[in-house]
Design a protein around this ligand. Sequence first.
Ligand code: A2P
Length: 279
Amino acid sequence: MDNYTLSNGVQIPVIGFGTWQMPNDETGVNAVLSALEAGYRHIDTAQGYGNEQAVGKALRLSGIPRNEVFITSKLDNTNHSYELTMSSFAQTLENLGTDYLDLFLIHWPNPLNFRSHWQSANAETWKAFEELYNAGKIRAIGISNFRQHHINELLKTAQIPPQVNQIRLCPGETQPELVSFCKQHGILLEAYSPLGTGQIFSVPEIISLSEKYNTTPARLCIRWSIQNGWLPLPKSVNPERIKQNLDVFSFTISPEDCQTIADLTDCAGHSLDPDTTPW
Ligand code: A2P
């Protein structure tokens, strides 16, 4: 699979396998195993998903060498401090059965527990991220669900700028200002819910364009995400669909059709405002 190159030179496969809502049991293990067997080499989990152990088990069962799979996890919303980052990171490594992570993200910029002082909590947390990065325990560090004001605040004290921002990007939610801000700062955009958590399958324009390209709505949206320079993280628990979703390198969407998709509005849901969510 092709790679993107992060601002620190680390290579990251252009499609990742998303595991949000994937159970920490045999179903989860089998989904990740199917993904690895289908050719995914990039798995995206999180402390908050509660399924790091299933991801780790699938990795071991696959027999694929650790250094051939890019693994991301994310710091839970309850862990925004130096000490809690350090201790929960150690637990994440143990859950995954590995001694390093490829990418670690702050999952949420402004969790309820730290809302009165999110700026200092993030600064302190980032210091721990930088220490782990400098110690070689994490190959790249980043953020998720951060908007411009959260990034600007982090950059005031960061020694190492974030290399990734993982946000919700799909037809109907393209966040153009945030995307261009991240690009200006050399931050790669990862797209979660690239299929709008399944809502793109009932969008008439997506259905007709997928017929035009003789492909599926899922592949069309994953391909469109890559042509935007984003890194899509589609998820599925169905082995056949997991495999199909990777088959997006044999066609190219024309610039006009990319624009048609970009112009869709309110068709596949929206992200929540990180400053007002009740968690
Ligand atoms: P399933 O797990 O049954 O395949 P997103 O990645 O935007 O969060 O979307 C995930 C949703 O899209 C899941 O409900 C998943 O269901 C569904 N999905 C993923 N790939 C496909 C596909 N190729 N065809 C139909 N549905 C899909």
